[in-house]
Design a binder for this molecule. Structure first.
Ligand code: SF4
Length: 379
């Protein structure tokens, strides 16, 4: 019987949907509560996806909304939009994620020790959101390294080297033990002027340890955590310690298709023609239909594929003079025919250049700007 909460957020995106299915299939005994933070402004496809996952899991996904809009009986986004006096959220003032995703989640968890499963894939090079609350620990089942960066930093910290080496001696022997302990005893190459170099050094040591034996590494981390305040310290065992799977983008689409849950329609590329050329566009992420992280071509996709939603997004811009979803360009300007033509041509050009990149979904490459809270909206 688990003494902690096991939580998994469904963002409406493909990766979290696939993670819900994966965890349900592979770890049926993990008592996971699935939740969805509803902004009230998602595309219909997202709400359909949530229903399909519920059918697959055979249980309800808990819908989380912050208390205030719920008590006022208002749509969460509209409630906060009024409370922020008509100021649209933006990359610099991201009140939407803070109020509609992080706050309801943290209220829901309260102070109970909890594991939050996050669907960052094995082919992505980014860290997920780490809660400000110490009672919430993130686990990344699709990656070879299932642990969050704060945990890894402790494992590789020079001052913990003896304890970690001792834990290793309980897991491995012979040559594998010697090699692992040698890596643990290596001092981190700190470069105070170049934080990236320090990070690279840590990552390179971590990769070497994982390449020796993933399960042994996980057990060492688990034993170390027992002496800390991390939520997993409350558990006698943890099913994911034995997990060696690494899931990449193609696996996600396969899981969604094979399970019958399906890939949300907005990921399906649609053809467009411009000046005798043919291009393709799609939406790359879940989240509010007016999300300011959208690229220009995604706005054009919204205008052409969901004109009613586009119109609603325009109405928000009309509420306060000088506030637009995109910097320096209103949606009314964006849908000027010559501007649409230019955006489509630019997109075709860019898509050609990106063909050799890792993801043929150009839009699947996340901006640096996403940082905090990105996993709440887009995974
Ligand atoms: S999807 Fe975009 S607009 Fe919606 S809450 Fe997230 S960041 Fe804000």
């Amino acid at each position: 019987m688990s003494k902690i909460k096991h939580l998994m957020g469904i963002s409406g995106g493909k990766d979290s949907a696939a993670l819900a299915i994966y965890l349900y299939d592979k770890y049926p005994n993990l008592p996971i509560t699935y939740y969805f933070c509803d902004t009230g402004k998602e595309l219909d496809e997202t709400y359909q996806l949530v229903k399909n996952i519920e059918l697959y899991l055979g249980k309800k996904i808990v819908k989380l909304t912050a208390e205030e809009p719920e008590q006022a009986g208002k749509n969460p986004f509209d409630f906060y939009f009024d409370a922020f006096r008509g100021y649209l959220p933006s990359t610099q003032a991201r009140w939407c994620t803070a109020m509609m995703k992080l706050l309801p989640f943290e209220e829901f968890v309260d102070d109970k020790p909890s594991i939050s499963y996050v669907g960052i894939r094995g082919d992505e090079d980014r860290e997920g959101y780490i809660s400000r609350q110490s009672n919430i620990q993130s686990i990344f089942p699709f990656r070879k390294n299932i642990w969050s960066v704060d945990v890894i930093n402790k494992i590789l910290d020079f001052k913990n080297r003896s304890a970690i080496a001792d834990f290793y001696s309980g897991q491995l022997n012979g040559n594998l033990l010697d090699r692992s302990v040698n890596i643990v005893l290596e001092p981190t190459q700190y470069d105070y002027k170049n934080k990236e170099a320090t990070k690279r050094n840590r990552k390179e040591r971590l990769d070497r340890l994982l390449n020796i034996d993933v399960v042994a590494f996980n057990k060492v981390v688990f034993n170390y955590l027992k002496e800390t305040n991390y939520p997993l310290a409350n558990e006698v065992d943890f099913a994911l310690l034995e997990n060696e799977d690494v899931l990449v983008r193609d696996d996600i689409f396969r899981i969604l298709e094979e399970s019958g849950v399906g890939v949300p329609d907005y990921y399906q590329k649609k053809e467009f023609k411009v000046n005798g050329l043919t291009g393709e566009y799609a939406r790359s992420r879940s989240g509010c239909y007016f999300c300011f992280f959208q690229q220009k071509i995604e706005w054009i996709w919204l205008y052409e594929q969901h004109p009613d939603r586009f119109k609603q997004a325009m109405q928000y811009e009309n509420k306060k003079e000088g506030f637009t979803w995109n910097q320096k360009e209103s949606l009314a300007e964006l849908i000027n025919p010559s501007r649409i033509e230019q955006i489509k041509l630019d997109h075709i050009k860019r898509a050609g250049k990106e063909k050799s990149a890792q993801s043929d979904y150009l839009l699947d490459i996340l901006d640096e700007t996403e940082g905090v809270g990105c996993s709440a909206c887009f995974i």
